[in-house]
Design a binder for this molecule. Structure first.
Ligand SMILES: [Zn+2]
Ligand SMILES: [Zn+2]
Length: 279
């Protein structure tokens, strides 16, 4: 009970910390004109609360069991050598290594059907801001966070570096979804910017911009795109539930059921046919 109350407190504090940080930025440097309580704000709040109060534990549990299982793979002498390097060098290594892994892991999320099923939940957001960053299926989070952090855990980087890195990455992921466009010019080629990730969410996207922290991987592998304006619309073209439970369950349904659910209803079909004939 006490730990539940503790996590409620942490959730409320984090929520207000994020509002205080991002609300002024989104007001002053808005990427798009958008109300604070824009459509689907409540749905994204459910994802925020779910992540903090329910699924966060599941993700942590899955990661710690998995890292325990992997522990024996790398010789201890190698891990000690990694942890004995200067901290600045470890920091650079962790960022480059995890950016390389997340780049390819993210490309796979868009290519492999079973991964896209879960990643689609994140892409179903039609409005982006700091809160929309939390729209993520917990199994999609386990895949991403696991791949970002596990190699660093397994190689034995210093815990100071890892803790700092995990916190920084969490905030950065929220920042790149925020409704913000900062005038940083060509610097965005090096350190990344929300507009790059906004294009990744483009409704008419041919994807691109898979990297998270620095876009260097996208530049290297030819998937970098940065038009000088915001995408017209965000989201996915497929029919997708617009409520929390529906979005949590949808990726788990067999293909046959999804097909049945997304089939246009007969009545609609005949209305559409009538309209076609009218033109
Ligand atoms: Zn994606
Ligand atoms: Zn995103």
């Amino acid at each position: 009970m006490e730990s539940f109350l503790g996590s409620v407190e942490a959730t409320v504090l984090s929520f207000f910390f994020l509002v205080i940080t991002f609300f002024p930025m989104e007001k002053v440097f808005s990427a798009k004109k958008q109300r604070f309580f824009r459509p689907s704000w409540g749905l994204d709040l459910c994802f925020f609360l779910g992540q903090y109060l329910l699924w966060g534990w599941l993700v942590l549990w899955a990661l710690s069991s998995f890292s325990f299982w992997l522990d024996g793979i790398i010789p201890q002498s190698f891990r000690t050598a990694v942890a004995n390097q200067p901290l600045w060098l470890q920091a650079i290594e962790v960022i480059v290594l995890s950016d390389l892994i997340i780049y390819w892991a993210h490309r796979l999320q868009h290519r492999v059907d079973i991964l896209w099923r879960f990643h689609k939940v994140h892409h179903s957001a039609e409005h982006l801001d700091w809160l929309a960053a939390h729209r993520e299926h917990p199994l999609d989070s386990i895949y991403t966070i696991g791949l970002i952090n596990l190699p660093a855990f397994v190689l034995g980087f210093s815990l100071d570096i890892l803790a700092g890195f995990i916190a920084f990455r969490g905030i950065w992921a929220i920042y790149i979804h925020s409704n913000v466009r900062l005038p940083i010019g060509p610097l965005r080629m090096l350190i990344g910017a929300p507009e790059l990730h906004h294009w990744h969410h483009d409704l008419d996207r041919d994807a691109g911009n898979y990297a998270n922290i620095s876009p260097l991987m996208d530049i290297m592998f030819g998937t970098y795109t940065c038009p000088d304006h915001e995408p017209e619309r965000f989201g996915i073209k497929e029919k997708f539930p617009k409520n929390y439970v529906g979005q949590m369950v949808h990726p788990l349904l067999p293909k046959r059921v999804v097909k049945e659910l997304t089939k246009p209803k007969r009545k609609e079909e005949s209305v559409q046919n009538d309209l076609k004939q009218d033109h």
